[in-house]
Design a protein around this ligand. Structure first.
Ligand code: CA
Length: 224
């Protein structure tokens, strides 16, 4: 995803200095030199982040931010001069997410932009996927595939296969499988495990041999 950034800053010198740097960092950047116009643009919702100067013609950065926060929680970094420290405090009160003091290096600004974007738009956590040979089990979605084919498993069959695939070539006794898949409160016996293994083998078809019976010990899964 390409993030769009709006820079509301009336000094062309600063815009010209910062824009190419942000663009090179992979962001789409729009610029605006007027407070009121900047507010209207920011309100469109098309920006992932707003860089907001404080001393602006039309409408000050503080006013822009106050108005913007009535309808939008878009991340905002205030661009402020060293002499405007009271403005910084005010900025945070009004809902700024970060500020950077002029003069700043474009590298520092890009780093803050990146940090704030990561904080505001965290990547979706990767779903746990366990694979063993042609088998792939997606823990979050509770779906399993055998090559290109989707397997239709009951929840217990899924849990059993997931556990075995997480530990390939590890032999689990029936009692261990019972307690880890069915839980200690389960009243059934070891034959429940045998039944489920049998059903899994049928569903695995050509890969049925991956589910290995280790005589006198239990079961394991082995990649072909
Ligand atoms: Ca200014």
């Amino acid at each position: 995803m390409v993030h769009s950034i709006l820079m509301i800053e009336d000094e062309p010198r600063i815009r010209n200095f910062v824009l190419p740097y942000l663009q090179k960092a992979g962001y789409a950047v729009d610029e605006c030199g007027d407070g009121g116009e900047g507010l209207a643009l920011a309100k469109t919702g098309k920006y992932s982040l707003v860089l907001l100067d404080i001393m602006l013609p039309g409408m000050s950065g503080d006013e822009v931010l106050r108005e913007l926060r009535k309808t939008s929680q878009v991340p905002v970094i205030m661009l402020t001069a060293r002499s405007e420290e009271s403005d910084i405090v005010l900025g945070f009160d009004t809902g700024a997410d970060d500020y950077i003091t002029k003069p700043f290096s474009p590298r520092e600004l890009a780093a803050r932009v990146r940090a704030l974007l990561t904080r505001a738009y965290p990547p979706a956590p990767a779903a746990p996927v366990v694979t063993c040979g042609p088998l792939a089990l997606h823990g979050a979605a509770l779906t399993a595939t055998h090559g290109a084919e989707k397997l239709s498993l009951t929840p217990k069959e899924f849990d059993l296969l997931f556990l075995l695939c997480e530990h390939p070539d590890t032999v689990f006794s029936r009692e261990e499988l019972l307690s880890r898949v069915w839980g200690y409160e389960f009243a059934g016996d070891a034959r429940t495990v045998d039944t489920h293994i049998k059903q899994l083998r049928e569903k695995l078809g050509a890969s049925r041999g991956m589910l290995v019976t280790v005589w006198g010990k239990g079961y394991k899964i082995t990649a072909p």
